[in-house]
Design a protein around this ligand. Structure first.
Ligand SMILES: O=C(O)COP(=O)(O)O
Ligand SMILES: [Mg+2]
Length: 243
């Protein structure tokens, strides 16, 4: 058994960038939404760096980085966008435009959220092995809750998680500790006996703030930065190492 599982009675997993490579489908939906607003496509590479704070912030980042919008919305005209990491509140995006963009994204993404989405190597093996050991597993993603079931069903993982929380399940989402505190309380497990497994600084921050142990995978989405810099308690190259 991996040292990170010693004394652990519950494991909470992040979804995007940890269990699944979902960016191909996210990028298709982002680009379709931008297209509806007459804006140029962002492309997969840039979307990869914007994922992690839920769908509304994803579209906010897409709008902030859409060059024509800067003049349309009157925000920082002429400041060329480089893509990549963008602080959430770096700039104000017109709220009506953001609502339109977000609604368009949800409609496009909801059509077939798993079309090009694949499990990372080692993910199924890890989940199967933990489940066989009888450890309760939770899914804590910032993705809207409505997309969780179709994705898990498409991947044959619908039965693996005893509790699934989306970014809109509670008033707060990661990096806030509330979703993880909710999971620990739901199962009646002390936080120090819970492990949070994720790919981004938001997972590590939420886990630490909730009193969980934290394990990071380095292959996912972390705004272009190494997740090691967030100081997780452990890092595994593949989830298969855990079991
Ligand atoms: O939807 C997102 O922004 C990211 O979702 P995650 O929390 O599963 O990585
Ligand atoms: Mg993630």
């Amino acid at each position: 058994m991996h040292r990170m599982l010693e004394g652990i009675a519950l494991v909470a997993f992040d979804l995007d960038g940890t269990l699944i490579d979902s960016v191909p489908d996210l990028a298709i939906a982002v680009d379709a939404a931008l297209g509806e607003l007459g804006l140029p496509a962002a492309g997969e590479a840039r979307v990869r760096d914007w994922v992690g704070n839920g769908s509304r912030v994803l579209m906010e980042r897409a709008l902030i980085n859409a060059p024509p919008l800067r003049s349309v919305a009157g925000t920082s005209p002429g400041a060329a966008s480089s893509g990549g990491a963008v602080p959430v509140d770096a700039e104000e995006v017109d709220s009506t435009l953001l609502e339109r963009a977000h609604a368009a994204f949800l409609a496009h993404y909801g059509r077939d959220p798993g079309a090009h989405t694949r499990l990372y190597p080692g993910a199924r093996e890890c989940l199967d092995a933990l489940r066989a050991r009888g450890l309760p597993l939770a899914l804590v993603t910032n993705k809207p809750h409505a997309f969780i079931a179709p994705l898990l069903e498409g991947l044959g993982l619908a039965e693996h998680f005893a509790l699934c929380l989306g970014g809109d399940s509670l008033p707060e989402k990661k990096p806030h500790p509330a979703p993880l505190q909710h999971v620990a309380a739901h199962f009646g497990v002390a936080p120090q006996a819970c492990l949070m497994v994720g790919d981004s600084r938001h997972d590590i921050a939420a886990g630490r703030a909730a009193g969980f142990r934290t394990l990071a995978v380095p292959y996912g989405y972390n705004h272009g930065e190494p997740v090691r810099e967030s100081g997780p308690d452990g890092v595994v190259e593949s989830l298969a190492e855990l079991v």
